[in-house]
Design a protein around this ligand. Sequence first.
Ligand SMILES: Nc1ncnc2c1ncn2[C@@H]1O[C@H](COP(=O)(O)OP(=O)(O)OP(=O)(O)O)[C@@H](O)[C@H]1O
Length: 234
Amino acid sequence: MLKLEKVTVYHGDVLALKEASIEVAKGKIVALLGSNGAGKSTTINSISGIYRPREGAILLGEEKIHQLTPKEIVERGIVQVPEGRKLFPDLTVIENIQLGAFCKRARASMKERLEMIYAYMPRLYERRKQIAGTLSGGEQQMCAIARGLMAQPDLLMLDEPSLGLAPSMVEQVFEIIAKVNKDGTTVLLVEQSVHRALSICHYAYVLENGKITLSGSGEELLHNDELLSAYLGI
Ligand SMILES: Nc1ncnc2c1ncn2[C@@H]1O[C@H](COP(=O)(O)OP(=O)(O)OP(=O)(O)O)[C@@H](O)[C@H]1O
């Protein structure tokens, strides 16, 4: 579905990603792991069209997408839930969710999408008229995922969805991600919660200083403590 071929990204003079090759197969959950500053956000922001690779190619099927604008990339079904949720705190939950449907591909089926989202996250239905800034951290994360789902993604990219959440909330957020994937949405997941990410993903890549140093199935990496401690220090 999505392929990064030897993608190199600089921020000014800083090399953030070096010749990264990543494959996200349709219908799967792929995790991108690594410590702070490893290049995880740079990778998904490059897929979203926010950063332009200096070298390499990003392909969606046969189409090269690394020269497209973020808006064009959303219209192709690639949607990002950003790190830190980035909700509009003064708008209500429902207003935040509906903002996800600004793209053309989502407008026709808004009502059905909303019903589906409330079925995944009944708590958002209960809180739909609440001001988003007053939601708990976990509820805000759900709201950000809901806004992403409103755009009708084929590939949903989540940047550290468990960041700052209590363990029970992390569990709920991961359950929602698993359900969304089971219903056919491909997922690219950036996470620091390594064990949780490996237990849910089909395949994972480990980034270190902008380079992919390790990859394998979630199962394989989860049971390889030696590799995990060498590459992730856990
Ligand atoms: N806009 C920017 N300008 C300059 N340097 C940047 C910018 N964004 C990221 N970097 C640098 O690029 C490198 C990779 O950062 P990136 O945010 O992709 O890492 P990350 O793995 O997502 O880290 P974290 O888990 O802390 O979010 C880091 O050295 C970072 O300081």
